[in-house]
Write a protein that binds this ligand. Structure first.
Ligand code: NAD
Length: 272
C-alpha cells in the first residue's frame, strides 16, 4: 500500500533526525463530540505513534469559546516542541473556522489552509501541500498516470479538496474542469473526463453513467450510511465496470491524506 510505504519512509527519516535531537511534534485540537472527527483524530494519533513523532491531543468541550481556542493556538505557535498544528474541522457553529485557521502561523500550518500557504500553492512554489489533494497526486504518480494534456474533471469546489486539487492538476499540465452544485449537465461533463475526482459528500452519487470507458476515478467521499457502512461518493460496484482504475472507500484516498499530513509535519520540523 502506498500510504504504508510513505509512513515507513518517514519512520526511517525520523529515526535519523531523532539521533540529531529533532523530534517532529504534532498538536491536534478537536472541539466537541463529532464521531467522524474523533475517528480522524485517532487515526492521526496512531500514525504519529507508528512513525515516532511526538504528538499532543487537545480534546476541548463543545462550549469552548473562539477566544479560548485562539489562545490555545497562539500558545502552540510559540511552543518549540510543536512543529505542526492541526485543528480538526468542522468546528462548532459558534466558532469562526477562518479566524482559527488564520491564527496558526503558516510555518506550523501542516494542513496548508492558511491564506499564505494557499497563495503559495496557487503560484506553484510551496512548503506544504494540502493533505487530501497531495495524497491523490501521490496515488496518480504511483499508478504512472501521465496527466499532461488529460482532461481532469473535479466534482466539488471546497477549499479543502476541490479548489486545491484543481491547482495541483494544473501544475501537471492537465486541462481542468471544476464542477459544483450549480453545474449544468453534470453527467455529460463528467463523461468527458480522462480523470474524474469526486468530492461531493453525497453517498454513491456517481455511478457508471457518469464515467467514460477506461477513465481513472478517484473517490474522495467518506460517508457513513445508516447501517454503519462506510461508502464513498462513487457507486463502486457500478463504476468499476467502466473505469480503467478506481480508488476504493474505505482505503484509497483516506490513508493518503494522513500520510501527507505526516510528511508535512516532518517538513515543518526540518524547516525549523
Ligand atoms: P464540501 O461539502 O465542502 O463540498 C462539497 C462540494 O460538492 C461543494 O463544492 C458543492 O458545490 C458540491 N456539490 C454538492 N452537491 C452537488 C451535486 N449534486 N452536484 C455537483 N456538485 C455538488 O465537502 P468537502 O469537504 O470537499 O468533502 C467532500 C467529501 O470528501 C465528503 O464526503 C468528505 O467527507 C470527504 N473528504 C474526504 C477526505 C479524505 O481524506 N478522504 C478529506 C476531506 C473530505
Amino acid at each position: 500500500m502506498v500510504s504504508q510505504r510513505i509512513k515507513d519512509q518517514l519512520k526511517e527519516e525520523t529515526a535519523k533526525i531523532k539521533a540529531q535531537g529533532i523530534i517532529p511534534g504534532l498538536a491536534v485540537i478537536i472541539v466537541g463530540n463529532n464521531p467522524a472527527s474523533r475517528s480522524y483524530v485517532n487515526s492521526k494519533k496512531k500514525a504519529c505513534e507508528l512513525i515516532g513523532y511526538y504528538s499532543r491531543e487537545y480534546a476541548l468541550p463543545e462550549e469552548t469559546t473562539e477566544e479560548e481556542l485562539k489562545a490555545l493556538v497562539q500558545e502552540l505557535n510559540q511552543d518549540d516542541q510543536i512543529h505542526g498544528i492541526l485543528v480538526q474541522l468542522p468546528l462548532p457553529k459558534h466558532i469562526n473556522e477562518e479566524m482559527v485557521i488564520n491564527t496558526i502561523i503558516p510555518e506550523k500550518d501542516v494542513d496548508a489552509f492558511h491564506p499564505a500557504n494557499v497563495g503559495k500553492i496557487m503560484i506553484g512554489n510551496f512548503d506544504f501541500l494540502p493533505c487530501t489533494p497531495a495524497g491523490i497526486m501521490e496515488l496518480i504518480k504511483e499508478s504512472e498516470i501521465d496527466l499532461e494534456g488529460k482532461h481532469c474533471v473535479i466534482i466539488g469546489r471546497s477549499n479543502i479538496v476541490g479548489k486545491p486539487m484543481s491547482m495541483l492538476l494544473l501544475h501537471k499540465n492537465a486541462t481542468v474542469t471544476i464542477c459544483h452544485s450549480k453545474t449544468k449537465n453534470l453527467k455529460e461533463v463528467c463523461k468527458e473526463a480522462d480523470v474524474l475526482v469526486v468530492a461531493v459528500g453525497r453517498p454513491q452519487m456517481v455511478d457508471a453513467s457518469y464515467i467514460k470507458e477506461g477513465a481513472v476515478v478517484i473517490d474522495v467521499g467518506i460517508n457513513r450510511l445508516s447501517d454503519g457502512r462506510l461508502v464513498g461518493d462513487v457507486d463502486f460496484d457500478s463504476a468499476e465496470k467502466v473505469a480503467g482504475a478506481i480508488t476504493p472507500v474505505p482505503g484509497g484516498v483516506g490513508p493518503m491524506t494522513i500520510a501527507t499530513l505526516m510528511k508535512n509535519t516532518l517538513t515543518a520540523a526540518l524547516k525549523k
